[in-house]
Design a protein around this ligand. Structure first.
Ligand code: FES
Length: 206
């Protein structure tokens, strides 16, 4: 029986590059092909990787040209290329919520989102909630002592912001349920809930 070989992948072989072409990178390729000037294969389909691709990401309202490999996560690009270190690498698999950012207005785990899939979608990080016009959510965290070491705090701030954007009149029970995707090793849950309740009640202006 003929064994699968590198030159004969159709006989059960499964190459990482094929996977990238067929999964997350396929969506990225579609977005990229619209204007990023990528190479095309013999069928005319856009090819992403395996080397670096130059893409543009819109982060906090500004366009940034970055060089990424297909495997690179949004978190890696934000932290190590754009120096936006608010989103944190905690669990690495999204279970902690520490890398929560918004992509196209929806909260996502930046540690499990490929940067290539974010082309053409506005990205918002926790840094956008700070500055001179402090968002009520981080202001409420300050008023309510919603952090200890603070490592989980950016993810919690984004999770609270996302939840209250959708449920501005949420009850305490709803807030507790809505934030159950974020973990705080220091155990500041009670104060985080108090901060969210303060925002619902219209307090904590920056
Ligand atoms: S404040 Fe330390 S992990 Fe949450």
């Amino acid at each position: 029986m003929t064994q699968p070989t590198r030159s004969n992948p159709s006989r059960g072989g499964f190459h990482r590059r094929d996977f990238l072409r067929g999964s997350g990178a396929a969506a990225a390729a579609t977005a990229l092909a619209t204007g990023q000037g990528l190479a095309a294969d013999e069928t005319g389909a856009a090819v992403v990787g395996p080397g670096m691709s130059k893409i543009t990401l819109n982060v906090n309202g500004a366009d940034h040209a970055v060089l990424v490999e297909p495997r690179m996560t949004l978190l890696e690009v934000l932290r190590y290329q754009l120096n936006l270190t608010g989103a944190k690498p905690i669990s690495g698999d999204g279970t902690s919520g520490g890398s929560t950012v918004f992509v196209a207005g929806k909260p996502v785990s930046a540690s499990t989102t490929l940067a290539l899939t974010c082309v053409g979608k506005p990205i918002q990080t926790v840094e956008s909630l700070g500055g001179a016009k402090l968002d009520p959510v981080p202001a409420a965290f300050v008023h309510n002592d919603g952090m200890q070491c603070g490592f989980c705090t950016p993810g919690f701030v984004m999770a609270v912001r996302a939840f209250l954007n959708k449920h501005p009149q949420a009850t305490e029970d709803e807030i507790r349920a809505g934030l159950n995707g974020n973990i705080c090793r220091c155990g500041t849950y009670a104060n985080v809930i108090m901060a969210a309740i303060e925002v619902v009640k219209g307090g904590a202006r920056g």
